[in-house]
Design a protein around this ligand. Structure first.
Ligand SMILES: [Zn+2]
Length: 543
């Protein structure tokens, strides 16, 4: 049993415990226990301003957000005393879960901060944060390695100071991971942070990476962090709550997001959609079904006073983000996270490049992918052929399967995917009990499937268009068929072509390997039965 699967069996014992209920790829549906309630993950925390918040927190709560993030540094500077006395929940007017960012991002924007990590630790305890962040030094999008090293070192120093200072047991502390574009520094930062007793980790600061559409960097950064922190600690991705990238980030193991985008976009008259933003001028139809979009017409929205328009747009944006995160949770439970990532990837070519990179981590993604799913898996593109389910099945057949039968080897293709045992070709051949024959199906997805394994998940629960057969290159066919022949020591070998896409390749291979080819792919309906009968005649005449 892998560590991730073992983790699922854990039950919540105390605050800070992260209970994983379902996984797909590295995505997890979980529950994070805090002193102000349970947070279902993956979750997005809207960023709220401690003083000038434009959208009422009660509205945010009603939309379904159980947690928000606010800035502890601004709170300290603007209303420090009041917040210490009344607590952050009362000050911002939210009775759910409050995560406080320490203000590290302000360092990124304005240079130095006039506060020490220990002071920030004490302040976050005083105001009663549920989830608190170490005063970190964000690397940002810097390409200066010396600076990046400096931020990693300083953040670690601050983390140690926080651990030494903190007193309260009921606050969850976040160990920030820096390093930015330098993957080796992210690895180092993640390892050092993991050695300290934090409840969660957070990866900074992908905001710049996102703004510039460098999604490939995002993949690298997340993998570097995720593979170097303990599985039982949730991973937060700072400032990256965007509909385009959340599925990809979740697939790579991110559990929490925060984002101020809902209000920033609204102030820029931008309307969030599942595939990106539109300027309100460009919107032709309000395609969303949230209360804002169903109770107002487009011209009403456009005609509103600016302040009111910002408010309504922001509320719509929040509804959209909430719906996106719910879809991700649903997809994990259904085992369809891969499909959602692939669909999103079509929103932008750079996102597609990042999705292509995801396929390099198939082995890693396999760890969280359930052995059995209740749904068929779908294959559309060559990227889908790198799905962890496929990778796992191909590797397993190669590693564990050895044919028992040493008689006749029959390698066959079929016109389309169907249950192999139910095809006329296989039924006819298998109805004669005790035949000394071994049937291997040429699958465009799984290469060679021994007929006796064909009903095992996911071999018979994989659906694809027949054009996928073109992906079986001559090179792959040659290698797979040679391997099967060499392993078996058969006395007779027959290749049967029942798929037009493979006709030319199989004909060439049969000549090259000097193997008998029965070509029935051009015949309709009765072709399979005729092919099976021909195979039987060949077997009889040889014995
Ligand atoms: Zn809407």
């Amino acid at each position: 049993m892998t560590a991730l699967r073992q983790l699922r069996l854990l039950t919540p014992l105390s605050r800070g415990c992260f209970e994983v209920r379902a996984t797909d790829l590295l995505g997890r549906v979980g529950r994070l226990y805090t002193k102000s309630g349970v947070l279902e993950t993956p979750a997005l925390l809207p960023v709220v301003h401690p003083v000038n918040q434009e959208i009422d927190l009660r509205v945010i709560g009603k939309i379904g957000f159980k947690a928000v993030m606010t800035n502890a540094y601004i709170t300290l500077k603007r209303i420090g005393e009041e917040a210490s006395q009344r607590g952050i929940h009362s000050v911002i007017g939210f009775d759910g879960i409050v995560m406080t960012d320490s203000g590290g991002y302000q360092v990124l924007e304005y240079g130095e901060l006039d506060i020490k990590p220990a002071e920030m630790t004490i302040f976050q305890e005083e105001i009663g944060s549920d989830i608190a962040v170490v005063l970190d030094r964000p690397t940002g999008f810097s390409r200066n390695r010396a600076f990046a090293e400096h931020t990693v070192k300083e953040t670690l120093k601050a983390a140690k100071e926080t651990i030494a200072t903190k007193k309260m047991k009921d606050i969850l502390w976040v160990g920030p991971i820096q390093g930015g574009l330098f993957a080796d520094l992210v690895v180092e930062s993640a390892r050092e942070m993991s050695s300290l007793p934090f409840d969660l980790h957070a990866l900074g600061s992908p905001t710049e990476v996102m703004k510039s559409y460098h999604f490939k960097h995002l993949v690298k950064m997340i993998v570097a962090a995720k593979t170097n922190i303990p599985l039982n600690r949730p991973l937060h991705l700072f400032g990256a709550g965007h509909p385009l990238t959340m599925p990809l980030a979740v697939a790579l193991g991110c559990d929490l997001f925060d984002s101020a985008s809902y209000i920033l976009y609204a102030k820029d008259d931008r309307y969030l959609t599942p595939t990106g933003t539109l300027k309100l001028d460009e919107v032709v139809e309000l395609t969303c079904t949230c209360p804002i979009c169903t109770q107002h017409t487009l011209s009403e929205l456009r005609a509103l006073e600016r302040a009111e328009r910002i408010k309504l747009l922001a509320i719509h944006n929040l509804y959209l983000l909430q719906s996106e995160i719910k879809q991700i949770r649903q997809a994990i439970i259904e085992g369809r996270l891969w499909e959602i990532v692939a669909i999103k990837a079509r929103s932008h070519p750079r996102l597609w490049s990042a999705y292509e990179d995801l396929t390099k981590y198939t082995k890693l993604l396999e760890d969280g992918t359930p052995l059995f799913k209740s749904r068929a898996i779908y294959i559309f593109t060559k990227e889908d052929l790198r799905r962890p389910e496929v990778y796992r099945a191909v590797a397993k057949i190669k590693k564990d399967y050895r044919p028992k039968n040493k008689g006749v080897l029959i390698i066959f293709s079929l016109p389309s995917e169907e249950r192999l045992l139910a095809t006329p070709f296989c039924r006819r051949l298998l109805e004669r009990e005790g035949e000394d024959q071994h049937l291997l199906y040429l699958s465009p997805v799984y290469r060679l499937i021994p007929i006796e394994l064909s009903e095992i998940y996911p071999l018979s629960q994989t659906l694809y268009p027949s054009s996928i057969h073109r992906n079986l290159s001559t090179k792959i066919l040659h290698r797979e068929i040679r391997r099967a022949i060499e392993e078996g020591g058969y006395k007779q070998i027959i290749i049967v072509c029942l798929n037009e896409h493979l006709h030319t390749k199989l004909a060439a291979l049969s000549r090259r390997l000097n193997i008998k080819l029965l070509d029935y792919c051009k015949r309709r309906a009765s072709g399979q039965i005729e092919a099976a009968e021909e195979v039987q005649r060949l077997i009889s005449s040889a014995s």
